[in-house]
Ligand binder design. Sequence first.
Ligand code: PSU
Ligand code: MN
Length: 309
Amino acid sequence: MNAPHPLLTLTDEVADALAADRPVVALESTIISHGMPYPQNVAMATEVEQIVRDGGAVPATIAVLDGVPRIGLGKDDLELLASHGDVMKVSVRDLPYAVARRLHGATTVAATMRLAAMAGIRVFVTGGLGGVHRGAELSFDVSADLTELSRTPVAVVSAGVKSILDIGLTLETLETYGVPVLVNGADEFPSFYSRSSGHAAPMRVDGAAEIADVMRATWDLDLSTGLVVANPIPADDEIPADRIGGIIEQALADADARGIRGKDTTPYLLARIVEITGGDSLVANIALVRHNARLAAAVASAYCSPGVP
Ligand code: PSU
Ligand code: MN
């Protein structure tokens, strides 16, 4: 591969793996700093790195620390991101400011994709993607995760899109942007906490080898997009759509009443859903991230070794 961008700092382990074309999986950090409470967030981040390792890939959690985009983090870095009060939520538009001001920043899916691509990493795992917010026709609130998927060649493994978003409009936007949307092992697009969403899978695949084939075809065709790889939460871990639906409505109403807007919206809704469910949503969230990490490690391995089952 080409040398990684000079502004990035890679751990030796990640740099060695990339130089040898061995599998690497990127992980985001907004989920740590702004997506889950402490200390479950640092426990999740640590465990998920181990799952990636057990799957035969090198984990590269990505964040900006003291203004330096870091590809691969240590234990103390994860602890800082999980517990430090002053970590900025960094999407792509925030990256220059965080770097110039030497800030700590937790990167969203969009910013993590960009930094992963700069490092030469093709597979990235998270819990849920951002998308088109409900009411976006008035608020214009559409996550930069979607624009980044339209222009950055990284496959993003997630459990789909939460219904805090408008799932139908999110899928329409991804279609407009030319982003392949694959669902692993199911005919319906999943809605994060639930296996169902009421929306058909745009494209179904079964397993890591098939996913790696579509990644290769995408980039062999010189398409510069990323891919969405939606991995439905295991049935035993899901919160049925009829239970979580009302809870999400409540959280959205609370956000509205408090005047929460812009980049604060997603973190507020996630925290409020944890509160209303008495922690059940957090248990489901951690379970689906684990499940996604296993798939992402297998996808990274299949991508590095075409033809090996
Ligand atoms: N959805 C989740 N958990 C998360 C996020 C989304 O279930 O932690 C985070 C991701 O980092 C995602 C970001 O990229 O929120 C989207 O924020 P926004 O809607 O402001 O673009
Ligand atoms: Mn937004």
